[in-house]
Design a protein around this ligand. Structure first.
Ligand SMILES: Cc1cc2nc3c(=O)[nH]c(=O)nc-3n(C[C@H](O)[C@H](O)[C@H](O)COP(=O)(O)OP(=O)(O)OC[C@H]3O[C@@H](n4cnc5c(N)ncnc54)[C@H](O)[C@@H]3O)c2cc1C
Length: 586
């Protein structure tokens, strides 16, 4: 049946389409909402089956030719407001002195993988085993997820081709996957001192040759989604030149999805689960509304904000809350948009006795800025080929500090330190040289939510991460900052670190004034066991109490892992593709 329908599609080379009128059909086997980190994995894997047609609807555009996305060093400039971001703002955060924050989310093909800081961390094996326990599906556990890391990762040489022996463990990596991963592309003047500090403080801050082995405690060389000196996003990898021309793959950009629709837009039969079979979207800010139909499934991959936003607009959420707003409920799933979990970060910076750090060699030196860009443009090497950090590590805090263990187990870090020379703040001060540790609380207990306050699906969602609303998170941040200070007290820094630059005189006050949500958010469409009354999707990632819809993105993860989230999102999508292909379609 599907192959017959495909006969009506012209056998032209598939590509990225800009206008809906240019699409050769209005119905497809699968419609993927969001061409981001997860969405493009699915687009690739599902179109490996030549008789299956896939439409990807992405609100933004291609990011392949955007210099700020491609050049690794420019990643920190993408954390400001740019045209590659949705430009969301949080509600005032009581735990952070009532401040609001840009809540960064990638806008365009690649999603956050095209705008993030490229750190590649898998988390601890216990994170995965917790997902397996919690969902009742051991397929989400660490051992069973290994094939998906193999499929996702392509470990490649660093751009400077330095000898990486002892900087990672090749046995835990894949050299045959799709997304490029590599070690430092350019040396830092900090490298030698960092390794020396791990020797001097080996009890608390040991060297870990590979924090991606499943055991992640200790300090290791920073692994990044960079290949040949260039960012590897889900667009450049999974929609790369060898895949984008598949005749059964259709990618429509500039397409803002507003709702998913129940079959024939009819009133839901009280006795059967609603069947969603089409997607509503606009290419001109709502002036014209289009629909496209999915013969098999709609897959929501719009991310931790976009996915619950679309579900709520479609009447999927807490029935009473939606009715009060004037939206007709289609599926009563109270947990949609709830359980927003994110990490919380704060920079601790010292003045240092080193004129060879980023401020001097780059930001205050226009000649070098031009030379570095010319070098990157001609052969993808040099200073700009590297994001500005070569080491990071994961550490535990004492059990006595916690009322409740917030992380996945006793070998899972409570906090992370990411080390870099220089300040991550522009414009840099006119004088001074800096060493910074970004302190990241990995598994906070605070939980926030995504809600809506309008029946207009194009109105932005209300984003409340509720950061530091749980006191234990504040305690952990205080002690993690203490850890950063102990690291900075290693003998190797004695003639190097001059004084603390960050004001920590009132520790809790400083935290509430300076910490911020990290952007590693998950949980707004959590998976839960098949018959559980909580959660939004089942362990096969099907929308509960409905037919025709899956969710595949960071929103399905019930807990944030003790690491950065993109590696986990990639493998979640890889496994989801297997589940879908395995004949488990709704
Ligand atoms: C600033 C920042 C830095 C980060 N740094 C790192 C890092 O260094 N390492 C790491 O591992 N993780 C990092 N992360 C987190 C990580 O990148 C994300 O968790 C992960 O990429 C999310 O993948 P996703 O598929 O869930 O969503 P996304 O990649 O965000 O994809 C969602 C896609 O859906 C599209 N979309 C949304 N709504 C709609 C709609 N209504 N209609 C059509 N399309 C829509 C979006 O435009 C986007 O393309 C960072 C995140 C941020 C924000």
């Amino acid at each position: 049946m599907n192959s017959l329908l495909l006969l009506f599609l012209p056998l032209c080379s598939a590509a990225i389409y800009e206008r809906v009128a240019d699409l050769p059909a209005q119905d497809f086997d699968y419609i993927i909402v969001g061409g981001g980190t997860a969405g493009n994995v699915l687009a690739n894997r599902l179109t490996e089956q030549p008789d299956i047609s896939v439409l990807v609807l992405e609100a933004g555009r291609s990011t392949v030719d955007v210099l700020t996305s491609r050049v690794p060093f420019f990643c920190t400039s993408l954390t400001q407001t740019t045209f590659l971001d949705w430009n969301f703002t949080t509600t005032p955060q009581p735990g952070l002195n009532g401040r609001t924050f840009p809540y960064l989310r990638g806008f365009g093909l690649g999603g956050c993988s095209a705008t993030n800081v490229m750190t590649y961390t898998r988390g601890s094996s216990q994170d995965y085993d917790r997902y397996a326990r919690l969902s009742g599906d051991d397929g989400w556990g660490w051992d069973k997820m290994q094939p998906y890391f193999q499929r996702n990762e392509r470990f490649v040489a660093s751009a400077d081709h330095h000898n990486t022996t002892g900087q990672y463990d090749p046995t835990v990596h894949s050299f045959e996957g799709i997304t490029s991963v590599s070690l430092a592309e350019y040396p830092s003047v900090l490298d030698g001192r960092m390794i020396q500090a791990t020797k001097e403080l080996s009890d608390e801050f040991p060297f870990n040759m590979d924090y991606n082995s499943g055991y992640h405690l200790g300090i290791g060389w920073h692994q990044k989604t960079v290949g040949h000196g260039t960012r590897s996003s889900s667009e450049t990898s999974y929609l790369g030149p060898e895949y984008i021309d598949r005749v059964n793959l259709y990618v429509l950009v500039d397409s803002h999805v507003t709702r998913i629709l129940v079959e024939n837009d009819s009133t839901v039969d009280q006795d059967s689960e609603p069947y969603f079979d089409s997607v509503e979207f606009t290419q001109d800010a709502g002036k014209t509304i289009h629909t496209a139909s999915a013969r098999k499934e709609i897959i929501l991959s719009a991310g931790v904000i976009g996915t619950p936003h679309i579900l709520l607009n479609s009447g999927v959420g807490h029935g009473n809350e939606l009715s009060v707003l004037g939206i007709t409920p289609t599926v009563h799933l109270p947990d949609v948009g709830k359980n927003l979990r994110d990490q919380v970060s704060m920079m601790v910076t010292w003045n240092v006795n080193d004129t060879q750090l980023i401020e001097n060699v780059y930001w205050r030196n226009e000649t070098l800025q031009e030379d570095a860009l010319a070098e990157w443009q001609s052969n993808r090497t040099g200073f700009l080929a590297n994001p500005p950090s070569n080491h990071l590590g994961f550490f535990r805090l004492g059990d006595e500090l916690m009322d409740e263990e917030s992380c996945a187990g006793n070998q899972t870090g409570h906090y992370e330190l990411i080390f870099g020379g220089g300040l991550d703040v522009l414009p840099v001060p006119e004088t001074g040289n800096y060493f910074t540790a970004l302190v990241n609380i990995l598994c906070p207990l605070s939980r926030g939510n995504i809600t809506i306050n309008s029946t207009n699906p194009l109105s932005p969602p209300v984003i409340n991460p509720n950061t530091l609303s749980n006191e234990q998170d504040v305690v952990l941040m205080k002690h993690a900052i203490g850890g950063a200070q102990r690291f900075a007290a290693a003998p190797v820094w004695a003639d190097y670190i001059l004084e603390l630059y960050t004001d920590l005189s009132d520790l809790e006050g400083s935290i509430r004034a300076q910490a911020r949500p990290a952007g590693h958010s998950v949980g707004t469409a959590s998976m839960s066991p098949r018959n559980a009354h909580w959660g939004v999707v089942d362990p096969d990632l099907r929308l509960k109490q409905a037919r025709g819809v899956r969710v595949v993105d960071a929103s399905v993860l019930p807990y944030v892992p003790a690491g950065h989230t993109q590696a986990l999102v990639y493998v979640t999508a890889e496994r989801a593709a297997d589940l879908i292909k395995g004949g488990k379609s709704a």
